[in-house]
Design a protein around this ligand. Structure first.
Ligand code: HEM
Length: 172
């Protein structure tokens, strides 16, 4: 039985799908010669993610997300570093997602995408300093995502706890 409210479960999976799509579209736009469509969809999804992440944070802080019950066995082995850093990694995922969206918005302003002449998509965003920051943050976000996934693998397969149940819908 998941102690998460359904709104948080829905937002978790919706954000995961949108983050994957935004990430891939950002890379596709970077390597495309005609980047208007992928760049616009990418930016749009990034803005939706920004809103969803703020909403998620607000619900999570308001409802005080339940924590996993610690096993009270004094003989239990200490948890590996991966499990110990799981919660800070979750908070960093929120933070870097917000920073990705903010740096993306700042980059479009720096590049003058929305000018008086209409929509202007530069052939190479890398001439603008914020492009490198946006790319560096995306690498950090990817590393955090891998750590998040490995924590799930640890609980699900090494500890034998059904961690997926924790973040899925259940009938009352
Ligand atoms: C959480 C949200 C976001 C994620 C995960 C994300 C991810 C990425 C990634 C992975 C890249 C390619 C990096 C690389 O080539 O190394 C990229 C590029 C880019 N992103 Fe984002 N992004 C997000 C939000 C935004 C937003 C909100 C905007 C603008 C409103 C934006 C504008 C751009 C632009 C202009 C590029 C450069 C594309 C090019 O070089 O053609 N991003 N993004």
């Amino acid at each position: 039985m998941s102690p998460y409210p359904p709104a948080l479960i829905l937002l978790h999976w919706l954000s995961a799908i949108l983050l994957g799509a935004t990430f891939l579209l950002g890379i596709a736009s970077g390597s495309a010669s005609e980047k208007t469509i992928p760049a616009l969809i990418h930016g749009g999804l990034g803005l939706i993610l920004f809103t969803l992440t703020l909403l998620r944070l607000a619900i999570r802080l308001r409802l005080r997300k339940p924590t996993r019950r610690a096993k009270k066995n004094p003989l239990a082995k200490p948890k590996p570093l991966l499990a110990q850093i799981a919660v800070p990694v979750q908070w960093l995922l929120y933070l870097i997602t917000l920073l990705m969206s903010l740096s993306g918005m700042a980059l479009t302003l720096q590049a003058g995408v929305f000018s008086a002449a209409g929509l202007v998509i530069p052939a190479d965003f890398y001439v603008f300093p914020l492009r490198a920051w946006h790319a560096a943050a995306s690498t950090l976000l990817f590393v955090l995502f891998v750590l998040h996934l490995l924590t799930w693998v640890y609980y699900q397969f090494l500890r034998g706890e059904n961690a997926l149940q924790w973040i899925w819908f259940h009938k009352k």
